[in-house]
Design a binder for this molecule. Structure first.
Ligand SMILES: NC(=O)c1ccc[n+]([C@@H]2O[C@H](COP(=O)([O-])OP(=O)(O)OC[C@H]3O[C@@H](n4cnc5c(N)ncnc54)[C@H](OP(=O)(O)O)[C@@H]3O)[C@@H](O)[C@H]2O)c1
Length: 301
């Protein structure tokens, strides 16, 4: 009798553990939203979409099984409330996907300290805050997966991307160190580096406008909002991230999109010196072309 009840208890426990509980941040749009839609198609999983705009999410998520939770990653109270309500209902969070983020772009001298800090708050410190709250539960259950979405620009840089790259480089370094600290507890930390993905990311960028009188005016017209037809779709990025989040023995970092693989491959084989020369050559060319334009405009007056 006693053995039977032990077996049934074990069966119930296994059944309860078969479905994973996910929390995806920044799930109101873009990669996060596509990820929640993809993950919640699996009836075995319970997927929480962390969003800032509840009303919009409720109408847009429509008939998926995703559970929507208010989560502004810059608001400590909102993080605490979201995590504790999920843990209360589900007893655990198995997979945390730190995806919320945005890009702050502009020449460093044109970016205020306040804006630089806000970039770090959203792209870096918010991940730490969520992990601090969720990790104890994962350690207790001796299992868990933390997926930190960085970028190819967390490993390489573009001019005017000092704030964005610094925040993503920081997240990369943090993730690697944490990975080794928590591996004895059965918790995995994984870095996901997307290349260009077709979302509202470019539209939502905080771009510091560079006016004509700025010494950096030559950067002004270099960035466009368009995506080429070769850009990875949010759905295919989501599929890849979902697969990564289900791995039992995940590696330290994964690239998403062909361009991310290409950059990685190039950086493996091109010496730093060459990349440095190339970037400086291009930026100097933009600068000279801009100066020529100004001179010819002055002459024309
Ligand atoms: N798209 C790319 O080319 C690309 C490339 C490399 C890396 N990434 C990374 O991928 C992640 C997702 O970006 P995406 O392409 O999906 O961009 P997106 O379409 O702009 O979506 C970003 C999401 O993050 C949310 N978010 C921003 N600040 C937030 C905050 N304080 N609290 C909660 N949510 C916040 C936004 O919420 P709202 O909907 O409420 O605005 C939105 O849902 C980001 O970490 C980004 O750095 C993107």
């Amino acid at each position: 009798m006693r053995t039977e009840s032990a077996v049934s208890k074990l069966l119930v426990k296994n059944l309860m553990n078969s479905g994973k509980v996910y929390l995806v941040t920044g799930a109101g749009a873009g990669i996060g939203r596509a990820l929640v839609e993809y993950l919640s198609a699996d009836p075995g999983s319970t997927v929480y979409a962390g969003v800032r705009d509840l009303r919009r999410a409720k109408s847009e998520y429509g008939n998926t099984s995703a559970r929507i939770v208010y989560l502004d990653v810059n608001k400590e109270e909102s993080i605490k409330k979201a995590v504790s309500s999920i843990e209360k209902k589900e007893g655990k969070i198995d997979v945390l996907i730190n995806n919320a983020g945005y890009g702050l772009y502009g020449p460093f001298e044109e970016i205020s300290d306040k804006n630089f800090r806000l970039q770090f708050e959203t792209n870096f410190f918010s991940c730490l805050r969520l992990i601090r709250l969720i990790l104890p539960g994962m350690r207790k259950h001796r299992q868990g997966m933390i997926v930190n979405v960085t970028s190819v620009l967390g490993r390489m840089v573009l001019p005017t991307g000092s704030a964005y790259s610094a925040s993503k480089f920081a997240l990369e370094g943090f993730s690697e160190a944490l990975r080794y600290e928590v591996s004895p507890f059965g918790v995995n930390v994984v870095i996901v580096e997307p290349g260009l993905v077709k979302t509202n990311f470019k539209k939502n960028m905080d771009r510091k406008s560079v006016d004509a009188s700025s010494p950096y005016a030559f950067f002004g017209r270099r960035m466009s909002n368009d995506y080429s037809s070769f850009t990875t779709s949010a759905e295919s990025a989501a599929r890849r991230i979902a697969r990564i989040s289900k791995k039992s023995y995940p590696g330290v970092r994964y690239r998403v999109g062909w361009d991310a693989h290409l950059y990685h491959f190039l950086l493996l084989f091109l010496p730093d010196r060459f990349v440095d020369l190339l970037f400086r050559f291009l930026v100097n060319r933009f600068h000279r072309a801009h100066e020529r334009e100004i001179q010819s405009a002055v002459r024309a007056q």
